[in-house]
Design a protein around this ligand. Sequence first.
Ligand SMILES: [Zn+2]
Length: 180
Amino acid sequence: MGDKVQVLYCAVCSLPPEYCEFGPDFEKCKPWLLENVPDLYPELARERAEQQLQGLTVSNEKGDSSKTQEEDVKRLPGGKIKKKEKPAVVVERVTRNKRKCVTTIKGLDMFGVKLGEASKKLGKKFASGASVVKGPTEKEQIDVQGDILLDIVDFITDTWQNIPESAIFFMEDGKKVSAG
Ligand SMILES: [Zn+2]
């Protein structure tokens, strides 16, 4: 009694497990060997432990990075916060129909100026046609016929004392240039 030997064969390659590494497909045997005869292949167990460790590390890193991204998204709410526009009056000389020069004035409304009244004042002061028009960005602007760039800054600061010269800009070649 006691000499009953349990003969075990690999379920994958059907060799005795100690021969698996010489068998046709040791790689495929590995999981079965680890499951059933781990003592026979201690290096496999070690290998798997290392792989698991790496796997854990990788998934940890993944977890961490996605977490960080989420936090970042929360911290920066997608740039949806509207940047508060600093009030500014932008004056631009526009030449239309080749010779006809128009001076556009944008932003007076940001200083509480009623554009209708402003356009009347401008028309009177410069003895020219002035009108409130919808600008390209759907914002209203005042168009004054003629080139009034030289006098406009003084006129604005004299007429509307709450508009400082530093808040008035000229549009030159697509760039905002301080009039002050
Ligand atoms: Zn095998």
